[in-house]
Structure formats: C-alpha cells, structure tokens
Ligand binder design. Structure first.
Ligand code: ZN
Ligand code: ZN
Length: 592
C-alpha cells in the first residue's frame, strides 16, 4: 500500500468510529524517545522517518508537525502523500490544535488512541480543543494497527538480569526505598510506565529498542507487592530466580485488568503515564500526580555505578584514541567518508570490554555538515573526509557498566584563525562549567550561562542545551535535571552524571562541539557551615585537539585545567595502548 492508500483506508475506519480527524503521534505507550519497529505508526501512515513529528488526518486533508531539524527531510518524504508539512517554530504556522479546530466544526470529534497521549498531553489537548468546541474521542483499538498488515511483532529478545555487582543496589533495597516514598505521600501504589524507570527498578535490561537497552513492560508497585507486565516468553530462569519472592510476572496485556482492581491513592507520573492508564482506574481511586520517584532515585548514581562509568569511559577513550590515530593517518590517502569513519569507530568500540552496542546514532559531520546539530549521515548526504577543514564526531556506547556520550571536533588540516578562535571560546565555556563550584540547591538552568560566557563575549551563542543527564547502561538522555536555559529547574545532586557540551555552529561552513561526561560531587573544602557547595568531576578520557586551541585566549586557570586533564587522560589510557599509540597520545596530550 502507498501512503495515499493507507490514508484512504484510515478514513474509512474514522468514519466507522464517528470521528472527523485522527491523531497519529510520534511516540508509543511508554512515552519513549526511540521506538521499537512495531510501534513506528506515524512513519507507516505518512512515510516520514524522522524521530519527531505528529500526524493528523481529517476526512479531506493530512498534516505533519515537525521541527527545524526535519523540514527538508519531511518535504521530500511527504511529496505526493497528500499530507502537508507544518513547520513548527516558524512564524504564522498553526499549532495542531488550531489547525484541527479550523478544519472541524463545533461538536465534531478528533480520535486518538489513549495509550499514545500522556496524561498531561491529553489534558492540554482536550482543553485546547474544548475552547474551540471540538471533542476528543478516545478509541481503544489503534486504527493504524488495524490496517498495518505487515506490522512487525514486538521483540522476543530475552530479558537480561543485571547483577548487583553492576547496579550496586538490589531490587529489594530499591523497592524498600520506593515504598518509603509512597508511604510519605500516603500512596498505596505507583504505576510505572517509562521503560527506563522499570529497567532501573528491577535491575533488568533488554534488547527491544535500538540504542536504549529496555524491555517493553509496565509495572505496579504496591505496599507489599510488585507486578511486572511483559511478554512472558522473555522471562528467563535467571530472571525468575533473581526476582523470586519480590516480583510477580504477568502477560503485558493483563495490565488493564490490574489497573481496574487498584484501590486507595495511586501515584501517577503525568508526563510519562499514558491516558489509557488513568481511564482504567476505578472511579473510587484517588490519584497523586507527580514525577515518578524512580526518576529521581535513578539520577543519583551510587558508588558502584560511578565506578562502572569511570571504567567504561577508559575503555571508550581507548577506542576514541585508536580511532583518531587511524583517521589522521587514513584520511590523506582518500576514500574515508562520514559513514565509513563512523563504522570504523564502531569497530574500535566493539572490541572494548563489556561493550553492548551504540547509545545513539553517530553524528559524523564533516565541514558544513558539522553545523547541522543532529546530522545523521545517509548514503545520499555522505561526503569524503579530506585533509582540510574540521570534523565533528558525536557518538557513544552502551556498556554493561555504563553509558557513554562524547563529542570531539578535530582539525583535519591547518585550521583558520576564525575556527581556532571559535573552538577556543567553546573550550573556555566547557572548562568554565567543568570548574564551577555552586551552592547546593542550584539547578542546571542557573549555571548554564557559565558555559556560554566566552561565546557571548564574542557575540556568539548556540541553540541547544549545555548538558543532559545520562543513564547507567540505560538511556543516553535522562532526567529529571539538565543544564539548559530552558525550563528544567531541578536542583543538581551529588551523584548526577551529566554531559557538558557547549558548541558553536557556522551554517554552511563548520560546527564545533566539545562534550565530556561530568559527575556532580560535594566540594567539602569549598564549603562552610553556612554554605554547602557542589562541583563537577570530569570523567570522559579523550584528548581535546590542541591544533584548534588559541592559547592566548585562555586564562592561567584554563590552561592549567587543560594540561591537568590531558595528563589524566594519558595516565588512564596509556596502559591499554601499544607503543605507537602511546607515542601518538603523548603528543596529543602534551602540555601547552
Ligand atoms: Zn553527544
Ligand atoms: Zn550529549
């Protein structure tokens, strides 16, 4: 079936259900960032493959709403489909709700699968539509699934049990802590639906989604029981043994029945729980709407998890060093492209101890492609890397003992004065954030500007956040905290693992980003009775290209930080390198 036929078939089902429009969101029932193939419904109905973008189909029209990253791609992929592109964030573009309200008359209905809207999203949407006289209709069967003949079955990958030697905390201890929090809020139960919260709470990992080691599941934790809902074929004997007496297993589709039986006060995370969960609760149940306590518990890494991060970052750094040494030697001979370079880096990572897979699609951007913030090279866009200009590489790995995310920008030839100046301003921001000490209670939002100051001094900035939380052998992006000027006002806590990634992008020419992982730590010497301070420890081990550094722009303290950092990188990585690699690294980490 072509896209136009699929849309026509969907319209027949819309007619059967009595709705004049149908919303196909980009997400799944677990509000996932990356989707398993079986749930890429928006891609199937529209042909658009980007990671973000909702589709609405009416009886005569279709619309896709996506952001600036995907305008070009969406235009190409939607051509001939009858679905129009609505460019979010551009002047005069209607929002989905405004458009639906304009296309539908008062009293008509927009249909939606309640599993694909968060509780919060459903509230916002129904309110916006109500103001315009349009109704929201929850349809329990997914209309796209009804039509999708060759829809992939959900993954059957067996569940991986992660030992306490990796997690540092048993499932029993985690459930005890969770139950204490539930008690404090007078809640009888908590419904977990975000897949990374379930993986963390039960010390399990999976292989159901690319890049994110997750198991498709729901969970309910009550005062004295824990129920896990998943494909029972995936439950191994090891898993049964590890969770014996702690957890009861049920088929994934029995979740609804359990929800109906819940009593008392139930903790629901309105951002991640879907509307279907709420619709299944009995009317006598009271809800406590707040961020899942697991999200906060998970973000504070324990000593074992932190050691795992430090260890896998050494292994990851070795792969990076072997790669860059190879790249600098191979590029002048020709034949290396953005994609082949990314593949080579994956080969180097693959031989690393405890490596499982990549943590996201590698951003391998040469020259002007470096200026496209989420550039993901395809065979159509792939270009050769030449011995000139600069190359930006943002990549990461999943290891049994941690998750990595690193960006390096390197000169492939003699850099220009402008490139050196901008690289050094980005580096100053990176160092200034790495060195800052701030009082307990401050959020990432309040310190974000330190990473931008040197760029602001030069009349420049970058249009993305400076840092995100990183999961432990989990999602490379995790909350609740962030270092960004946008609204993430959650105070940083000792044990948070985050990225430090300022950048600068000159459209049509080049992109620069320097990204290390950092751990929030207590700064005892800097603290007093009155004020307790926090700071960061940088744990990524990989040289920063000195060919792009303009020493005169750095302060004494910044030079000291860079030299100390490079000394640490050499000490940690050199024991794992051969003599030639050691010599190369020695030069790359020379003091300036
Ligand atoms: Zn990154
Ligand atoms: Zn990152």
């Amino acid at each position: 079936m072509e896209v136009a036929e699929r849309v026509a078939a969907l319209r027949k089902l819309m007619d059967r259900e009595g709705v004049k429009a149908y919303l196909v969101p980009s997400t799944d029932a677990h509000n996932s960032e990356y989707l398993p193939d079986c749930w890429k419904r928006r891609q199937w109905i529209s042909g658009f493959t980007g990671s973000a973008g909702d589709v609405v189909i009416t009886t005569t029209k279709g619309g896709l709403w996506t952001d600036g990253r995907y305008f070009l791609q969406a235009e190409e992929q939607l051509a001939g489909s009858g679905i129009d592109l609505h460019k979010m964030g551009t002047p005069d573009v209607l929002t989905q709700e405004e458009w639906v309200a304009r296309e539908l008359s008062e009293g008509q209905k927009l249909g939606i699968d309640p599993k694909l809207l968060s509780v919060e999203g459903a509230n916002k949407l129904s309110k916006a539509l109500k103001e315009r006289g349009v109704k929201l209709e929850y349809i329990s069967t997914n209309l796209v699934d009804e039509l999708w003949e060759d829809q992939a079955p959900p993954s059957k990958a067996p569940v991986i049990v992660l030992d306490d030697t990796y997690t540092g905390e048993s499932v029993k201890e985690k459930l005890d802590r969770l139950r204490k929090t539930l008690e404090d809020k007078l809640c009888n139960a908590h419904v977990l639906s975000a897949l990374d919260t379930i993986a963390w709470a039960f010390n399990i990992r999976g292989n159901d989604i690319d890049y994110n080691p997750l198991v498709i599941s729901y969970a309910i934790v009550t005062k004295d029981e824990a129920h896990l809902f998943l494909d029972m074929d995936k439950v191994t004997d090891k898993m049964k043994g590890a969770l014996e007496g702690l957890v009861q297993f049920h088929p994934y589709n029995e979740m609804g029945t359990f929800l109906k039986d819940l009593k008392g006060k139930v903790w629901i995370d309105p951002k991640t729980a879907n509307k279907w969960i709420l619709l299944n609760l009995s009317s006598s149940v009271k809800t406590y709407m707040s961020r899942s306590p697991i999200t906060d518990m998970k973000s504070v890494k324990n000593g074992v998890e932190l050691k795992g991060f430090r260890d896998c970052l050494v292994i990851d750094g070795v792969a990076m060093v072997k790669f860059f040494k190879w790249l600098k030697q191979a590029v002048p001979d020709g034949g290396i492209t953005e994609i082949s370079a990314a593949d080579k880096l994956e080969e180097f990572r693959r031989i690393g101890d405890k490596f499982v897979g990549l943590s996201f699609t590698t951003i391998s951007g040469y020259g002007e492609h470096g200026a496209i913030i989420h550039y993901d090279p395809t065979p159509e866009t792939d270009v050769p890397i030449k011995p000139e200009g600069i190359y930006l590489l943002d990549s990461g790995g999943q290891y049994m003992n941690g998750t990595t995310d690193i960006t390096r920008t390197v000169a492939m030839g003699e850099p220009t004065e402008d490139q050196k100046e901008m690289f050094t301003r980005v580096l100053k921001g990176h160092i200034d954030l790495a060195r800052i000490k701030f009082p307990v209670g401050f959020s990432g939002k309040q310190i974000d500007a330190f990473a931008r100051r040197a760029l602001w001094d030069g009349g420049k900035n970058y249009n993305h956040g400076t840092g995100h939380g990183v999961g432990h052998y989990l999602n490379v992006h995790e909350g609740p905290m962030g270092i960004t000027p946008r609204d993430v006002g959650v105070p940083l806590k000792a044990g948070n693992v985050m990225s430090n990634e300022p950048g600068y992008y000159k459209a049509g020419e080049y992109g620069i980003r320097i990204e290390n992982l950092i751990v929030v730590q207590e700064e005892e010497e800097h603290s007093s009775e009155d004020f307790k301070f926090l700071g960061f420890e940088t744990i990524t081990q990989c040289p920063i290209d000195l060919n792009l550094v303009e020493k005169d722009l750095l302060s004494e303290e910044e030079i000291k930080w860079l030299n100390d950092y490079h000394q640490m990188v050499y000490q940690k990585l050199s024991p794992l390198l051969d003599d030639e690699e050691k010599e190369w690294l020695k030069h790359e980490t020379r003091p300036i």
